[in-house]
Design a protein around this ligand. Structure first.
Ligand code: CA
Length: 243
């Protein structure tokens, strides 16, 4: 698993990008730039390993090389599109071929976008960001807003009704996770996976402790509680519906 699997920033909400590329120098260049831009990076050399990583790590986007050692990128793309769980997974094909017919073929099997090698790294990074924004706007938005609460990712700042809310790192990540999916019920184990990371062994009661701290930090005076406890299910973030 060593070269196949390398996750950085575990336990954070970094967007995961899987690079499927057998040219090591190119893979390293991509890794360097993606990590510098704040993404968590996974890398596999073969299409078969990529399929395993997609299942285990649920990346948010795949950079998929066309020419791979055994199973081609085109075939991997086709397989991912055929499965319910990855039907909408954002995929950018990396291809050395520039013929129009091949481009059409790449998009024909369901790739969302493609870049032709050699490509400019800033252009690829822009396409990654654009595709993520189309696929899941809240994952890459600079600012999340729910009701009177605003989370500014760039400034790492949270405000409610214009006043600053001071949060510890765990409460910040918890709030970010909640705000990305406002109105949705999250079980304690989903919160553990999403905020603490799959590989940490934290008791589910820890979730309750941090939700409690987050509530305390967010609520002043007669302000409403933005977090609703759903008995037997977990927590929902977002203003209660009126009436
Ligand atoms: Ca290749």
């Amino acid at each position: 698993m060593n070269e196949m699997l390398a996750t950085v920033m575990t336990g954070t909400l970094a967007t995961k990008v899987l690079i499927v590329e057998d040219e090591e120098t190119l893979a390293e260049l991509l890794r360097y730039n993606l990590e510098a831009a704040g993404y968590a990076v996974l890398h596999s050399v073969t299409g078969e390993d990529a399929e395993v990583l997609v299942d285990e790590e649920a990346p948010d986007l795949v950079l998929l090389d066309w020419m791979l050692p055994s199973v081609s990128g085109i075939e991997i793309c086709r397989r991912l599109r055929a499965r319910q769980s990855t039907r909408h997974l954002p995929i950018i094909m990396l291809t050395a071929r520039s013929e129009e017919a091949d481009r059409v073929r790449g998009l024909g099997v369901g790739a969302d976008d493609y870049v032709v090698k050699p490509f400019s790294v800033p252009e690829l990074m822009a396409r990654v960001k654009a595709l993520l924004r189309r696929a899941a706007p809240d994952r890459v938005a600079d600012e999340l807003v729910v009701g009177d609460i605003t989370l500014d990712r760039a400034a790492h700042r949270v405000t409610r009704g214009g006043r600053d809310v001071r949060l510890g790192p765990t409460e910040y990540r918890l709030l970010e996770f909640f705000m990305q999916a406002a109105g949705r019920v999250h079980s304690r184990s989903q919160l553990l996976d999403g905020v603490w990371g799959r590989d940490t062994y934290v008791d589910e009661r820890t979730v309750d402790v941090h939700v409690g701290r987050l509530r305390k930090a967010l609520i002043r005076g007669r302000e409403s509680d933005p977090i609703r406890t759903v008995r037997g299910a977990g927590y929902v973030f977002g203003e209660r519906p009126k009436g």
